[in-house]
Design a protein around this ligand. Structure first.
Ligand SMILES: CC(C)(COP(=O)(O)OP(=O)(O)OC[C@H]1O[C@@H](n2cnc3c(N)ncnc32)[C@H](O)[C@@H]1OP(=O)(O)O)[C@@H](O)C(=O)NCCC(=O)NCCS
Length: 356
């Protein structure tokens, strides 16, 4: 039997950040509200493109695996904030990492995108169609933010994470997975003024993030815990067998509610929403990478992961880690220097939103 082991992991965290106090200069909010209602203290804002973030994360994942771009058969880029839609952004990543001739495809399942892409790439490796894949999730969610709306403006951030999957005889990688979509509720979370449904000859306003936070919150808790239960049954495991939970980072209270439903102890749960906010598809990819770096993921760990996002897509996965928890080559990808603060990077966008 062939499995798709995770042999490399990497991330790209853009340097400029916006603290809660800084965001309180733009919308009517404060650090106490944001931290207590969401767990977020800061978020990153990127000075480079989604393709650049994805490239840096993918290069570090390749270094970690000790292989090069030319060894890769497939690149799946999970993103709902692509640099370009045609040509797809994955093709730019393919070029940047030197994965000459590899298949390159963007997958958009919003916040569930990384787990969707993991399932798609794993299935191809396990079917013997390909040997090695890079699954990368990269987002510039701050590009979408309407800085006049305090409920959503405080939530999102930019960043990228990536893994390398390689064919292996060892039972490891994504061993059970369930992905789905509850489309009836798709309007409670969407980006308006974006896409080919628009009449491109009519003047249209800027794209705008529309959402019903409280409704999404309820559905996220229910959807993710149900999906986790299904995956445990599929894998014939009990919750006691799970060593680490790597949940989508949308709101600390959503994570805690799932944790409570599943009865998982605090020390088993990977949380980094305080530093980055919600980076959509990238949250789980970044959190997975940091969970290995900080020693939460140990050799042969059983990892449960769950996500929820626009669509309303949902996903849960059981991942078995391999033996190695240290990179073969240290991460060394760099971004061009950033000479602006987070507030300076969003200044023009803030001006437009406030003028509306
Ligand atoms: C958005 C979210 C943080 C709001 O938290 P909440 O506890 O549900 O808060 P509510 O929406 O009930 O609002 C409570 C009050 O806080 C106010 N409020 C909303 N945003 C605020 C902010 N940034 N600062 C201060 N007050 C705020 C509301 O206006 C409301 O005031 P009111 O009671 O006077 O009407 C939460 O619902 C959430 O995280 N939802 C899911 C997020 C999501 O969709 N992520 C993307 C997909 S995964």
């Amino acid at each position: 039997m062939t499995y798709a082991q995770i042999t490399g992991w990497g991330k790209c965290i853009p340097p400029a950040s916006i603290s809660n106090d800084e965001i309180s200069q733009i919308v009517d909010t404060n650090d106490e509200w944001i931290a207590s209602r969401t767990g977020i203290k800061s978020r990153r804002v990127s000075h480079v493109s989604t393709a650049d973030l994805a490239t840096a994360a993918a290069l570090d994942a390749l270094a970690c695996a000790g292989i090069e771009g030319k060894d890769i058969d497939l690149i799946l880029l999970a993103t709902c904030s692509p640099s370009t839609m045609v040509a797809n952004t994955a093709s730019m990543v393919q070029k940047n990492i030197g994965a000459i001739g590899a298949a390159a495809c963007d997958t958009n399942a919003a916040c569930s995108g990384f787990l969707y892409a993991m399932q798609l790439a794993t299935a191809q490796i396990r079917a013997g169609m390909i040997k090695r894949a890079v699954v990368v999730a990269a987002e510039r969610m701050t590009w979408y933010v309407n800085w006049a709306k305090r409920d959503s403006a405080v939530l999102f951030g930019d960043g990228a994470g990536a893994v390398v999957l390689e064919a292996s005889d060892e039972p490891s990688g994504l061993l059970a997975s369930k992905i789905g979509c509850d489309t009836e509720d798709r309007n409670i979370l969407h980006i308006a003024n974006c896409g080919t449904d628009l009449n491109k000859y009519e003047p249209i306003g800027p794209s705008d993030l529309m959402f019903e936070g409280r409704e999404i919150f309820k559905r996220a808790v229910k959807g993710m815990s149900q999906a986790c239960d299904d995956v445990l049954t599929q894998a014939n495991l009990s919750l006691d067998d799970i060593h680490v939970l790597v949940p989508h980072q949308a709101n600390l209270r959503i994570i805690q509610a799932i944790q409570q439903k599943l009865n998982i102890a605090d020390e088993k749960v990977m949380v980094n929403i305080d530093k980055y906010g919600n980076t959509s598809a990238a949250t789980i990819a970044i959190a997975l990478c940091e969970a290995v770096e900080n020693g939460l993921i140990k050799p042969h760990a059983n990892i449960m992961s769950a996500a929820f996002g626009a669509g309303l897509t949902w996903a849960a996965s059981y991942i078995k880690w391999g033996e190695r928890v240290t990179p073969i080559n240290a991460p060394s990808a760099t971004l061009p220097p950033c000479d602006k603060t987070g507030l300076e990077l969003i200044a023009e966008s803030v001006r437009h939103c406030v003028d509306q």
